[in-house]
Design a protein around this ligand. Structure first.
Ligand code: ETK
Ligand code: ZN
Length: 257
């Protein structure tokens, strides 16, 4: 395609003219209406392995103009909660601005301050690019970020490098740490539904897991997140979230009551 960089969160209308799937009926993000979610006791706890990386492992952190991406080695595996095995590709964040929240998914119409996505691909496919065009190709773990009291030491491992990649295209190196610390301690309680990438090309190939437990960052950490990176038009990169999309009859499952 034309590459990712010419679209923006301002002109959302053009997404579906330039990228057919963006106008599909299984799009993400969505609002989760908890009263309509179906309790599914067969949904097992999400299990992850290999998420604790030694400091000797250097990870690439990049400002790609739309978010901050931390590239992950495929030694990180999603081993429970999904019928097939998935391996990590990257993680990135969505956020708002000093004047408003910026999570992509909402719960009962509530938008959280920010949201992390850990993107995985199904290991039955040879590569990420092959996996991302198949309906069971991708699995994204999502968690909401909110402002709490203390500093979050795991998010500090990423946030402390943002000033090094303020400009679009800049990248830096981050020593390995326990990536699991970026996700809730309790991986048992989550919502699950079939959706899409929330960015062009919007492929409808994502099995989404949205955790019920939120992550807490300090007020200063959240302000660093929403005020450091720049976008392609050299403005501050803010509100990098897609509006919620219609369910078109899709069911949202819940692993808890
Ligand atoms: N929520 S999400 O998972 O759909 C998502 C977004 F919402 C995103 F906004 C993004 S960033 C926008 C896409 C992009 C742009 C530039 C580059 C680059 O220069 O390397 C790479 C990607 C972004 F990277 C992702 N995740 C990507 C989807 C884009 C295509 C496949 C790459 C891995 C997953
Ligand atoms: Zn995302």
């Amino acid at each position: 395609g034309k590459g990712h960089s010419h679209w923006s969160y301002e002109d959302l209308k053009h997404w579906s003219t330039d990228y057919l799937d963006c106008g599909g009926t299984k799009q993400s993000p969505i609002n989760v209406d908890t009263a309509q979610a179906i309790f599914s006791p067969d949904l097992r706890p999400i299990q992850i392995s290999g998420y604790s990386l030694p400091a000797s492992e250097q990870l690439k952190l990049k400002n790609n103009g739309h978010t901050v991406v931390l590239e992950l080695p495929d030694s990180l595996a999603l081993t429970g909660g999904y019928a097939q095995q998935y391996r990590a590709a990257q993680l990135h964040l969505h956020w708002g601005s000093p004047s408003g929240p910026g999570s992509e998914h909402t719960i009962n119409g509530h938008r959280f301050a920010a949201e992390i996505h850990v993107v995985h691909y199904n290991t039955k496919y040879d590569s990420f690019t092959e996996a991302m065009v198949h309906p069971d190709g991708l699995a994204v773990l999502g968690a909401f970020l909110e402002v709490g009291h203390g500093e979050n030491q795991y998010y500090h491992e990423i946030l402390k490098h943002l000033f090094e990649i303020q400009e679009v295209g800049q990248e830096t190196s981050v020593p390995g740490f326990n990536i699991a610390g970026l996700l809730p301690a309790n991986l048992k309680f989550y919502f699950h539904y079939n959706g899409s990438l929330t960015t062009p090309p919007c492929y409808q190939t994502v099995k989404w897991t949205i955790f019920n437990q939120t992550m807490l960052l300090s007020h200063h950490q959240m302000s660093v997140l929403v005020s450091t990176l720049r976008s392609p038009d050299d403005e501050i990169l803010q509100n990098n979230y897609r509006p919620v999309q219609n369910l078109h009859g899709r069911r949202v499952l819940a692993s808890f009551q």
